[in-house]
Write a protein that binds this ligand. Structure first.
Ligand code: DX5
Ligand code: ZN
Length: 218
């Protein structure tokens, strides 16, 4: 079944616990935490302490997405804070393979992300080492953007290349475009604006899960 990971970037910063609990009560599979360093992306978001407090209430895995130039320095920090899954960008500084192995060594699941303009060749060397590949469907940094259609072809390409792990997309996903992403091979949808602005997130989550009833568990 398609997994839904609400992005708390779209939550009310003054009511983070309330909004996280609402999404978990609505039936989300993971909570997606966008960490931004104001260098790799032109925005700043979520500290290790925010992750630590979220981990204290989280009844679902914390899927932490490091949008930073120097992720190597923060792998231990965010894993100690309680991240269950840690995604680094292939475009960041450092050796992706070494970082993925370090995340695994510490008992967490890995993710390797690429921006819309980055080709699948940048993740190909580590397809056998990462639990998840994140194909950003917007330029990272801000919620509420339009999904970039060409990324759908990258999802299908990764499946054609034989990748059988989780493929996650993040940015601009809604009820209208999710079926096409699933058809290409998506297994995890990060949703911020569409979910947090929904009149009834629980009802919407039922409809979203029904779209991907056929997606095999990874
Ligand atoms: C971009 C962010 C967004 C956010 C979700 O760096 O990662 O993709 O999580 O965006 P929306 O609000 O478009 O679902
Ligand atoms: Zn993200």
């Amino acid at each position: 079944m398609i997994k839904i990971a609400p992005s708390i970037l779209a939550a009310d910063p003054l009511n983070l616990e309330r909004d996280a609990r609402r999404m978990m009560a609505a039936g989300c599979d993971w909570l997606h935490v966008d960490v931004m360093d104001a260098h790799f992306v032109p925005n700043l978001a979520f500290s290790p302490d925010a992750v630590r407090r979220l981990a204290e209430i989280a009844a679902v895995p914390l899927d932490v997405h490091l949008m930073m130039d120097e992720p190597e320095k923060y792998i231990g920090v965010f894993l100690d804070a309680g991240a269950d899954r840690l995604t680094i960008h292939a475009e960041a500084n450092g050796d992706p393979g070494a970082m993925l192995r370090e995340i695994h060594r510490r008992g967490a699941r890995t993710g390797l992300a690429i921006k819309p303009g980055t080709g699948t060749e940048r993740v190909a060397p580590w397809m056998g080492e990462t639990d998840l590949i994140l194909t950003m469907t917007v330029e990272p940094g801000f919620g509420g953007q339009q999904l970039e259609e060409p990324v759908l072809d990258k999802i299908a390409e990764l499946r054609r290349m034989g990748y059988r792990g989780e493929i996650e997309a993040d940015g601009g996903i809604n009820e209208q475009n999710l079926p096409r992403l699933i058809e290409k091979g998506l297994s995890v949808a990060v949703m911020g604006t569409a979910l947090f602005h929904a009149a009834d997130p629980a009802e919407m989550m039922v409809r979203l899960h029904a779209m991907g009833a056929g997606v095999p568990e990874k």
